[in-house]
Design a protein around this ligand. Structure first.
Ligand code: UD1
Ligand code: UDP
Length: 368
């Protein structure tokens, strides 16, 4: 079976890296194609996990819009699918890359398998456009690697055959464990050294990220106002690696520059970010991946979104859905930082063996 793995953004790369590493370990041949929907943020991940793409579609354009991006992916993917007779394409998650690569494969009668399948809010506006992307990819896919039982239940309720779904845990926990292990064995870099020099880790450290399209404008303004107020609290350091999306950059730098204990920095490479998470007291974020990683480090996450498809963490009190209302973010942050954290529970998103489960399924069921 000729297998193609395809992804395009930072989180997809982090979450597919363990699958690529496991396929290599088990001597299962595959080709890697990156759409490069992200560029710098993708390349950082490829470097860290030593992944060398066979194809790089290099589609990213500054401030790209969804239709231009989609059409470029569809067109460029087709040239690759025409060149080689792939039998299966493995895609990940809910980005424009995932759904458009899946569609390109479908148009050429190539089977699609979906990693991180079955996450749902059933609200097409939140997250936008990811909820529709993952539903589309789910409809197209023949095989579904669901990270949790709930994700499998969602798929079964939509009529997917139970034999086509495998519950694996989320591969981000594999990526996190690989990275923590490297850090434990002395991995270091200049970004980590700089963080150590510039941030007072004796204070309470709040780590912030944000990039959701549905929060552009008012939502981001509200989160920034909350951060300004929290920065006035005693012994607080706020560290904010700012996403490269120009809409995010504009609001965040306009509103938060020049405050001495708010550190606005460039997006960090994955190991530096993992190290920084492990040194933080609280995370404020709208990220999907961070909601999944933080329980392994026992760091609470305030989720600055109206909805989450990662409800397992909310139920386990690992994350707290606060939306983008300024007062609620401030009050919940203060409440959580004032409380002693109880000891670490198991991570509802997995234990680090998702890639092995995915590769075993491919080996035992899909390779002729
Ligand atoms: C994308 C995904 C989102 C995912 C997020 C992870 C879609 C529609 N959105 O959102 O689901 O959660 O990535 O971060 O698929 N840029 C750079 N360099 C980079 C990356 C981005 O300059 O390495 C800038 C470019 O101006 C680019 C813009 O950010 O045009 C937006 O990138 P895009 O991938 O369209 O959207 P994200 O907001 O990054
Ligand atoms: N991340 C990173 N550097 C950063 C911020 C985040 O490497 O500066 C990692 C984070 O650990 C997680 C992933 O990127 O694994 C999340 O990506 P993002 O929030 O962009 O996308 P989402 O998960 O929301 O799709």
């Amino acid at each position: 079976m000729k297998l193609l793995i395809c992804f395009g953004t930072r989180p997809e790369a982090i979450k597919m890296a363990p699958v690529c590493l496991e396929l290599t370990k088990q001597n299962i041949p595959f080709k890697l194609c990156v759409t490069a929907q992200h560029r710098e943020m993708l390349d950082q991940v490829l470097d860290f996990f030593d992944l060398i793409p066979d194809y790089d579609l290099n589609v990213m354009q500054p401030n790209q819009n969804l239709n231009t991006l989609s059409s470029r992916i569809l067109l460029e993917m087709d040239t690759i699918l025409e060149k080689e007779a792939f039998k299966m394409v493995l895609v990940h998650g809910d980005t424009t890359t995932s759904s458009l690569v899946a569609l390109a494969a479908f148009h050429r009668h190539i089977k699609v398998a979906h990693v991180e399948a079955g996450l749902r809010t059933y609200n097409k506006q939140s997250p936008f456009p990811e909820e529709l992307n993952r539903q589309l990819t789910g409809r197209i896919s023949e095989y579904h690697f669901a990270p949790t039982k709930q994700a499998k239940t969602n798929l079964l309720q939509e009529g997917v055959n139970t034999h086509a779904v495998v519950v694996t845990g989320n591969t981000v926990i594999d990526a996190l464990n690989i990275t923590l292990e490297k850090i434990k064995h002395g991995y270091n870099n200049s970004f980590i050294e700089k963080l150590k020099r510039t941030i007072n880790f004796n204070n309470n450290v709040i780590l912030v990220t944000g990039h959701r399209r549905e929060s552009f404008g008012e939502g981001f303004e509200n989160v920034c106002n909350a951060l300004l107020e929290l920065a006035n609290t005693k012994d607080i350091e706020i560290v904010y690696p700012v996403h490269l999306n120009p809409h995010v950059q504009k609001t965040v730098f306009n509103r938060l520059s020049g405050v001495s204990n708010i550190h606005l920095i460039a997006p960090l490479d994955y190991p530096s970010f993992v190290w920084l998470m492990s040194q933080s007291n609280l995370i404020i974020s709208d990220s999907g991946g961070i909601q999944e990683e933080a329980p392994s480090l026992n760091i609470p996450v305030l989720v600055t979104r109206a909805t989450t498809e990662r409800f397992e963490g909310v139920k386990a009190q690992c994350s707290f859905l606060v939306g983008t209302e300024t007062k609620k973010i401030i009050a919940t942050a203060k409440q959580i930082m004032g409380k002693e954290r109880t000891s670490k529970l198991s991570n509802p998103y997995g234990n680090g063996d998702a890639a092995v489960k995915i590769v075993d399924f491919i080996k035992n069921n899909l390779i002729d």
